[in-house]
Ligand binder design. Structure first.
Ligand code: DHB
Ligand code: FE
Length: 286
């Protein structure tokens, strides 16, 4: 049976990827952020999954705003890297896990989550930057296959945080019912507080971010009880990306421990964080 071995929450700021691509991680601006990642990266290298399910949002790169699925899942055998205006990032093509994708799709739909299917999909910084946070030097290929799980966090009405937590719980059940003995990691991406445009551009709310970082481990239900307006007001119009962490959290279940956490301001316009959780219920075989 498949099992979830760990969950990673991480910001996906494009310039974090650009800093790695352009060898600027030792620069004074970026070094503190990347130093903060180091213990998590070392641990993840010792606990490699076969497949990463990456919960992320497309930023109108692959999915036209004319058609915005609330929740979608990729079922392709590979995902090419999107050109976001500067040419595609020079990172490996993302290998899919189509059998697992199709299993998750069926299971989630049977469980009441009407997922959109993406048989073809390009992936933008929302997915490739978290992969680089996990694996900074992939060489010719990423160390694991990927199932992209997309969430609309950019167009009103975004799904509720409660629905995201429930989707994560259903995702956990779906993973555990996959008959192959594979190890799965779940990534929840985006956040923390940030607003890229409008009167409040540049907003950072460290108090809210620190509360969220603690509660994502100990009391995710309290975060699921917040409305989308609460997220936008407290964390900014793009800070609502944090609801995607709740999908990762729901998939992990109740028996977890925090391996590492780091919080750094600023990364571009964003409060950047990483939080890594081990699933203790699968620890013996991880
Ligand atoms: C930034 C942050 C994001 O989450 C994003 O998708 C794009 C840009 C930023 O802070 O620059
Ligand atoms: Fe974003």
């Amino acid at each position: 049976m498949a099992e979830v071995i760990w969950g990673l929450a991480t910001s996906h700021v494009p310039s974090i990827g650009a800093a790695m691509d352009n060898k600027k991680t030792e620069d004074a601006y970026w070094k503190p952020l990347f130093d903060g990642y180091a213990p998590a990266r070392a641990w993840m290298t010792d606990h490699t999954p076969d497949v990463a399910i990456i919960v992320y949002n497309d930023h109108a790169n692959a999915i036209d705003l004319a058609m915005t699925p609330t929740f979608a899942i990729g079922t392709a055998d590979k995902y090419t890297v999107a050109d976001e205006g500067w040419g595609p990032r020079q990172v490996p093509v993302v290998k899919g896990a189509p059998e697992l994708s199709r299993h998750l799709l069926g299971s989630l739909i049977d469980d009441g989550f009407d997922m959109t299917v993406c048989q073809e999909l390009e992936v933008d910084h929302g997915l490739t930057v978290p992969l680089s946070v996990y694996c900074p030097d992939p060489g010719e290929e990423w160390p694991c296959a990927v199932v992209p799980l997309l969430v609309n966090v950019i167009q009103y009405p975004q799904p509720t945080a409660a629905r995201c937590l429930a989707l994560g719980e259903a995702l956990g059940r779906a993973i555990r019912s996959f008959p192959e003995d594979i190890k799965v990691a779940v990534f929840g991406t985006g956040g923390m507080s940030h607003q890229l445009a409008g009167a409040r551009a540049g907003l950072i709310n460290e108090t809210f971010d620190r509360m969220f970082l603690k509660a994502i481990e100990t009391d995710p239900e309290s975060l699921a009880a917040l409305s989308r307006e609460d997220y936008v007001r407290e964390a900014g119009s793009e800070g609502i990306e944090m609801i995607m962490w709740l999908i990762m959290r729901g998939a992990l279940g109740s028996d977890i421990s925090r391996v590492h956490e780091t919080y750094h301001v600023p990364a571009s316009n964003t409060a950047a964080a990483l939080a890594l959780f081990e699933n203790l219920s699968t620890k013996t075989s991880a």
